[in-house]
Ligand binder design. Structure first.
Ligand code: NAD
Length: 489
């Protein structure tokens, strides 16, 4: 049931930051899996480029180790064939040395070979890399660049980054990654909404009471302390991943599944977001649960900043001012060290306008749950008659479809987000990448929220590691006579 594998065109992919964590954990394993599926044509080359002084052989050894760690069982003959594609050059983004060798290896851009530069380095190196690529005439108008998150720290820095890249590359050549968009189930949101007649007529404020989007993680900030403490949950997760989910849930149907048609509709959602009221925002920071032993660190201990006011959790209520959604609140929350790892969207439909069954039947409303991870699937809660002779009593039952059950092993055979995204870059399909104006609009909505709590001197509320987040997030819902749906594993 998984789509046929269609080989991509021959390519040269230069991975700047080819020795880094992201390259080892995600980019190289993704390329290897596509290679094993025969999707990479003969002659496709992967050129690792970084500051370390490595030979081709020692880089190949590093790649082999990374694949063995991150790809499970690796067949030796597949590995050997993959490593034949892998080269290494020592290239420093800020130093001309090394660029001559890269120029020699790549030659002039050619029409019959796709050329991709993957910027898997810190954002401060994006501009120097773009400049060196142009100075050495390594790109033409068919060349593509891939840039990693975070795309800016606020609107001003995102704008500056866009301008820098735009001075060397056309927007159609720039692929800004939000790996959430490459997830099979996130793309499924569009299939569920626009491939079925069932939901779309009800997908508006007349029938939908409210929508909850939860991205919960069990991990803390270990390993990324310095970056995270300057960023926090709002910048690290809300501005990009949750915003993208919100867009896919709330956007109008695009006329076709084409990059600009889809991204135009997403942009309209972001631009229609109202500013968030301060009392509709809850920030939290994890602490060790009461009775914890020494190994359970608090957020502040983890980042080594005893007074840090960075949030590891944020919940907020958002409103979209347009005809479809006026009056339907969207509750968004994300946090670290929560009780379970789970990404879920819950669409709560309104009660039936009139109950013919009387007050004893209680209140019943439909709920559509879209689980993105783990155990991807959808559940629709419907109301039925409680079985038995005791009169007309009602109960709710789930119509449950676990994709793993329905699709068997095929769901697990579905490509990882990076596999999908990298092959889309080589194919030249930007649908699942963020456009520059989209990123700027997301920052334009986020910046005043952050500026607001900074100027008020708000301090995040403590919450226990392993809990569902701070109690104030529950109050945010209760004030509206609502409750969060549980965070389930
Ligand atoms: P890392 O620190 O592990 O690796 C950085 C890489 O950049 C190394 O290969 C290093 O040699 C290279 N490098 C550093 N300075 C250089 C220079 N002057 N010239 C050329 N190469 C240079 O970082 P990472 O975790 O791999 O992250 C890379 C990028 O991806 C960052 O922008 C990060 O925010 C982003 N990102 C990482 C992850 C992740 O899980 N690691 C997730 C999302 C986004």
């Amino acid at each position: 049931m998984v789509s046929r594998v269609i080989p991509v065109d021959p390519f040269d992919l230069v991975v700047f930051g080819g020795t880094g964590d992201l390259a080892q954990r995600k980019i190289l394993p993704a390329l290897f899996r596509r290679h094993c599926d025969e999707q990479l044509p003969d002659g496709a080359r992967i050129i690792g480029a970084a500051r370390s002084d490595l030979t081709r052989e020692s880089y190949q050894a590093l790649v082999a180790e990374a694949l063995q760690t991150h790809c499970g069982a690796v067949a030796p003959e597949q590995l050997a064939r993959f490593l034949d594609r892998v080269l290494y050059l020592r290239v420093d983004a800020t130093d001309p040395a090394g660029w001559q060798a890269l120029t020699q290896e790549l030659g002039k851009p050619r029409q019959d070979r796709v050329r991709v530069f993957y910027f898997s380095v810190g954002p401060s190196l994006f501009a120097p890399l773009a400049e060196q690529i142009w100075a050495h005439e390594l790109a033409d108008d068919q060349t593509r660049i891939v840039v990693e998150k975070p795309f800016g720290h606020d609107l001003a820095s995102a704008r500056a980054l866009n301008q820098t890249l735009a001075s060397h590359f056309d927007e159609s050549q720039i692929y800004r990654i939000d790996h959430y968009l490459g997830k099979e189930t996130v793309q499924n949101l569009m299939a569920i909404r626009f491939g079925n007649m069932l939901f779309e007529p009800l997908w508006n404020s007349q029938y939908v009471d409210h929508i909850q989007i939860t991205v919960a993680e069990t991990v803390g900030v270990g390993g990324r302390e310095a970056y995270y403490d300057k960023s926090g949950a709002m910048r690290d997760m809300m501005q990009n991943h949750l915003m993208q989910l919100l867009c896919l849930i709330a956007m109008e149907p695009p006329a076709k599944f084409d990059p600009d048609a889809v991204r135009d509709e997403k942009l309209k959602v972001i631009r229609a977001l109202e500013p968030v009221e301060p009392h509709h925002i809850v920030r939290g920071q994890y602490v060790a649960p009461s009775g914890a032993t020494g190994s359970d660190l608090t957020y502040r201990e983890t980042v080594g900043a005893p007074r840090s006011t960075t949030e590891s959790y944020v919940a907020l209520k958002a409103h979209i001012s347009n005809w479809r959604w006026a009056g339907t609140p969207f509750y968004l929350r994300t946090g670290k060290r929560l009780v379970a790892r789970s990404s879920v969207i819950n669409v709560f439909f309104k009660d039936a306008p009139h109950s013919i069954f009387g007050a004893d039947a209680g209140r019943h409303a439909n709920l559509l749950t879209i689980r993105l991870q783990p155990d991807e699937g959808i559940t629709l809660k419907v109301t039925i008659k409680e079985p038995g002779p005791g009169g007309m009593r009602l109960m709710d039952v789930p119509l449950d479809m676990s994709f793993a059950q329905a699709l068997g092993d095929n769901i697990h055979g579905a490509p990882d987000a990076y596999e999908r995204l990298i092959t889309d870059v080589i194919r030249g399909n930007q649908t699942l990448f963020m456009r520059g104006d989209e990123v700027e609009a997301a920052w334009a909505w986020t910046d005043p929220i952050i500026a607001g709590w900074t100027s008020r001197g708000d301090v995040p509320k403590p919450y226990d590691s392993g809990s569902t987040g701070p109690g104030d997030a529950d109050l945010l819902m209760r004030r509206d006579q609502r409750d969060w749906r549980g965070i389930n594993p």
